[in-house]
Design a protein around this ligand. Structure first.
Ligand code: BTN
Length: 328
């Protein structure tokens, strides 16, 4: 979905983060000053913070780099360009995952890629909300189809985590790691997350939507509802986060081949690398499974990608699901 044309134009004018006088904005957009003011107010609904200073005008609290299809396609490698059936960029959408699931049910082909500047109902794992203010982060989903049923893609979410870390490390974010199954962490803080949704019959075929949310610049005010330690690339890289278009291209370059080639090698291709990125190994954690809580020490993952937990009685047990939290 597109933003109304005037709102998009005002955002493009303000995206440089500099002050723009109300009179100038009104003239450029050919609207009244009160219409400018109304438009600026409506930006808060999208999670965009604006500042007004008398005598100077208006500016965004943070400059914006809007997604640009040409820049993203230009950053894709040749192999990935051949895998992409279409790249769709929404100004606003409920959730890029939900959108691609709808496209899948309407028959969309594998290789559909969707980015959004803003999600009004971004989805996290376990039914949580994913905070998705406008233009601040990356909200990306990719669609792939398989001939087999959903059982054949178990482990794909770990592969997605490995692919995301490869992309981050290509920008020098060497301390980025994974918290089982695929949370992207940096120094005990969550930097991003992955939600893999699968739909299909037991015998196949099935369709997978892989969604990733990566915090690039998450305004503290927007993050108030997040109930775990978090960070963003701007903090991690001392104010020098890579351009969002370059990040999006790098993520697509890694995630799409992981989806396309998962049939050939499965999780075995990723186990060793995943273990190298494990930021929980040896740590004391609580594992929440439904309403049950188990304490123990993480002993990595087994060859199926299940979490290995050394329990208080000394036995090591493998878990297929659950929510892990660090015990400090
Ligand atoms: C998690 O809880 O860690 C998973 C977060 C996944 C968020 C991404 S943002 C793009 C895609 N669309 C969604 O609604 N969710 C995923």
């Amino acid at each position: 979905m597109r933003l109304p044309a005037i709102r998009k134009s005002i955002l493009q004018l303000l995206s440089d983060g500099e002050f723009h006088s109300g009179v100038r904005l009104a003239d450029t957009l050919n609207i009244s000053r009160s219409a400018v003011w109304k438009q600026l107010n409506s930006l808060t609904e999208l999670g965009i913070e604006t500042l007004a200073v008398s005598g100077k005008g208006y500016r965004l609290a943070q400059p914006l780099q809007l997604f640009d299809a040409d820049a993203i396609e230009g950053g894709m490698n040749a192999r990935v360009r051949s895998l992409v059936s279409e790249l769709i960029i929404h100004d606003q959408i409920s959730s890029t995952n939900t959108y691609l699931l709808e496209c899948a049910h309407a028959g969309a082909p594998a290789g559909l890629v969707c980015l959004a500047e803003y999600q009004s109902a971004g989805k996290g794992r376990r039914g949580r909300q994913w905070v998705s203010p406008f233009g601040a982060n990356i909200y990306l989903s990719l669609l792939w189809r398989y001939q087999h049923g959903p059982a054949g893609v178990s482990g794909l979410s770990l592969a997605a985590g490995v692919a995301a870390i490869r992309a981050l490390r290509s920008f020098g974010v060497h301390e980025a790691g994974l918290k089982w199954p695929n949370d992207i962490y940096w120094q005990d803080r969550k930097l991003g997350g992955i939600l893999v949704e699968v739909s299909g019959e037991t015998e196949g075929p099935c369709v997978v939507v892989m969604g990733i949310g990566l915090n690039v610049f998450l305004p503290a005010r927007q993050a108030q509802g997040i109930n775990q330690p978090w960070t963003d690339l701007t903090a991690v890289m001392n104010g020098h986060a890579p351009p969002r278009n370059a990040l999006a291209a790098a993520l697509i370059n890694e995630l799409l081949p992981a989806l396309a080639e998962f049939d050939a090698g499965g999780i075995a291709d990723y186990l060793q690398e995943w273990r190298g990125y494990d930021c929980m190994y040896g740590k004391r954690v609580s594992l929440l499974i439904g309403s049950e809580c188990r304490d123990g020490f993480v002993m990595g993952i087994d060859d199926k990608g299940l979490l290995l937990l050394r329990q208080q009685d000394g036995t090591v047990r493998a878990f297929a699901s659950g929510e892990v939290s660090f015990r400090r």
